[in-house]
Design a protein around this ligand. Structure first.
Ligand SMILES: Nc1ncnc2c1ncn2[C@@H]1O[C@H](COP(=O)(O)OP(=O)(O)OP(=O)(O)O)[C@@H](O)[C@H]1O
Length: 408
């Protein structure tokens, strides 16, 4: 005897341009009491019937949870032609890339030329869009109405650029040169900065910091001026947290190096002509470093600009993920990074006939969702619930489907 499914089903393996019809169903009985809204339309659940034009029956989503507190959330995000940045971050594997990619598709389908950038060293944008986006260049994503481009930044390459610039200034080349000049004291000061060490074993977040600063550099050029929405799919939480302190750290470190560079320049001015070529090389490197420092400062400013930037935390309904999201939110607050929304992804959709496993899982998820309401860091955020669906979310049509559920 056939049993009713306990999860929404997108059963066609070739997910193509679905059409959706929405009809309100069930009340909110399966939600924890604290999450039940006073206005039933704020947290409503809907049933989506998705039919493929040619094979209707093979393509059906029975029931999924609509975004909680989601009313008019997207209106605010989509309005205005001023450029806006969205950074999506959270614990590994919670669905950051899927949410970022679905937001990108949604913006592009709503008239915004959009750029989505992956700064996670383990890129998954290509997988998410089911398109080859590798190579560190802008690639147009096929499908959305308005231009959508994706960029997977190669963190290794970005770091190499930084390394070569700083090594010319603070690495062994300068050290040998300065030792020869009898200026060991300054060299020791350079050593204290530990920049070489930092680059040899880069902390998580450095690559990402450099990658974001590189994107900022791109965005200054006229050919990028068309983009009105920029979305960053960031590395998992730990990395992002490190990234937040990087601009300050690098600002200070590079600032000190440049300071020392000036001292060195004046101390060696008497013999400059002898080492003219070396001096020029160092000037170039110093300029490069200075530009990099400026970009890092811009990244820091961008992160804190409430008018143009928002960090969206993505999580799943588990105690561990929510605890981590709470810590992330606390760190972001400390760094003055604006956060308004929390996406709780992979929520089991309502079902009249849970199997034992699903019933247990649902109970667990309810406990985790309750935690959000009692968490001082998270309870004030605009809560968006996204359902667990039964296939991987890959390709523009699937991302559009997901985006229409999340971003309302
Ligand atoms: N709501 C969902 N329902 C079903 N599958 C989902 C959902 N959200 C994400 N997934 C799947 O989970 C996997 C991980 O998703 P995704 O790559 O978006 O996570 P991530 O947080 O970016 O991961 P990472 O930290 O590794 O970059 C993918 O296979 C994706 O299709």
């Amino acid at each position: 005897m056939a049993t009713a499914p306990c999860m929404p089903s997108i059963s066609s393996p070739t997910f193509r341009k679905p059409t959706t019809s929405i009809e309100p169903i069930n009340p909110l009985s399966h939600l924890p009491k604290t999450l039940r809204p006073t206005n039933p339309f704020r947290n409503k659940f809907v049933s989506l019937s998705i039919a493929r034009k040619t094979r209707r029956s093979s393509f059906r989503v029975r029931a999924v949870a609509a975004p909680a507190e989601g009313v008019a959330v997207f209106d605010e995000m989509v309005s205005g032609t001023q450029r806006k940045y969205y950074l999506l971050g959270g614990k590994g594997g919670v669905g950051k890339t899927s949410c970022a990619a679905s937001l990108a598709v949604k913006f592009a389908n709503n008239g915004h030329p959009t750029l989505v950038v992956s700064t996670d060293p383990a890129h998954s944008l290509s997988d998410s869009f089911a398109q080859d986006l590798t190579g560190g260049v802008l690639v147009r994503v096929e499908g959305p109405d308005y231009p959508l481009f994706a960029l997977e930044i190669n963190p290794e390459k970005a770091r190499e650029e930084f390394r070569s610039a700083s090594q010319t200034n603070g690495g062994t080349g300068v050290k040998d040169f300065m030792d020869g000049m009898g200026l060991g004291m300054l060299v020791e000061q350079l050593g204290e900065l530990k920049l070489g060490e930092l680059l040899d074993t880069p902390p998580p977040g450095l690559d990402e910091g450099i990658a974001i600063s590189k994107v900022m550099q791109f965005l200054e050029s006229p050919e990028y001026s068309m983009f009105t929405r920029i979305i960053f799919d960031t590395a998992p939480t730990g990395h992002t947290l490190r990234l937040l302190s990087l601009p300050d750290f690098l600002d200070a470190s590079i600032g000190k190096i440049l300071n020392l560079k000036q001292k060195i320049s004046s101390a060696t001015s008497a013999i400059k002509s002898v080492f003219g070529q070396e001096e020029n090389k160092q000037e170039d490197a110093a300029n490069k470093l200075e530009r990099l420092r400026e970009r890092m400062v811009k990244v820091r400013e961008l992160f804190r600009d409430t008018d143009s930037t928002e960090f969206v935390i993505v999580t799943i309904p588990t105690v561990m993920a929510i605890s981590e999201s709470s810590r992330l939110r606390a760190s972001l607050k400390k760094e003055n990074v604006p956060v308004k929304r929390l996406i709780v992804n992979q929520i089991l959709p309502p079902s009249a006939s849970d199997c034992k496993f699903c019933a247990m899982k649902r109970k667990d998820q309810m406990r985790a969702l309750d935690m959000i309401q009692n968490d001082p860091e998270l309870s004030g955020l605009n809560l968006i619930q996204a359902p667990l669906v039964d296939v991987e979310i890959r390709g523009v049509p699937a991302l559009k489907f997901m985006g229409d559920i999340i971003w309302k």
